[in-house]
Design a protein around this ligand. Structure first.
Ligand SMILES: [Zn+2]
Length: 204
């Protein structure tokens, strides 16, 4: 029984570690707090330690001849270690791994827009919203110069009115006026928008 519990504890810690890994890559900011996961791991590991103590206490009193002796030896053995609780080595191992996983993510996140492995890492995921109308885009076009997206009809309309218009996305480094030749269709992004919208409708 004790061995089976240990196996299950290891399985639980392994799957919890995978969750930390996913949280570090895709999770929101509140999932980057290591305590969320270590508190779960602690509960699991404490359960195992408690079980080990009970098994040890039962083993110690199995040769007693009276109920009174049995209870006395059981209680003494069970409480012998209290006060200086041994920290589970599995827990310490988990805590270290989780801290490392989450620390490497916050280091990456603190440098938005840096180039890694040849890809530009954007700080936030690409917005669905047209920066001009603030509505969800249906027919997005991409500005080749800076990579920002606009709703095709709205951007064409505003640049026909203002030929000096710069990219309206806040903080954009591109200071050149937008010209129609730099606006390109992006079927892959249009498809992604469609999928995001349909999953949002499903969950409503
Ligand atoms: Zn831009």
């Amino acid at each position: 029984m004790s061995t089976q519990l240990s196996t299950n504890v290891e399985k639980m810690l392994n799957s919890l570690e995978k969750t930390v890994q996913l949280a570090s890559q895709y999770g929101s900011e509140d999932l980057h707090n290591v305590n969320v996961f270590t508190s779960m791991a602690k509960t699991i590991c404490e359960l195992e330690l408690r079980n080990q103590k009970v098994m040890k206490a039962l083993d110690a009193c199995k040769d007693q001849n009276t109920v009174a002796d049995f209870e006395r030896v059981y209680e003494t053995t069970l409480n012998s270690g209290s006060g200086r609780e041994k920290k589970s080595s599995k827990y310490s191992e988990f805590e270290n791994t989780a801290k490392q996983l989450l620390a490497s993510t916050s280091a990456r996140r603190s440098q938005p827009g840096t180039i890694q492995d040849g890809d530009v890492i954007f700080e936030n995921f690409v917005s669905d919203v047209d920066p001009i109308t603030k509505k969800v885009m249906v027919h997005p076009v991409k500005n080749k110069k800076c990579g920002h997206y606009y709703e095709k009809s709205s951007i064409l309309e505003v640049i026909s009115i203002n030929r000096q218009l710069r990219c309206p996305v806040a903080g954009c480094a591109n200071k050149n006026p937008i010209i129609p030749a730099n606006l390109v269709e992006d079927p892959a992004f249009a498809k992604l928008l469609k999928e995001r919208q349909s999953t949002q409708e499903d969950s409503d």
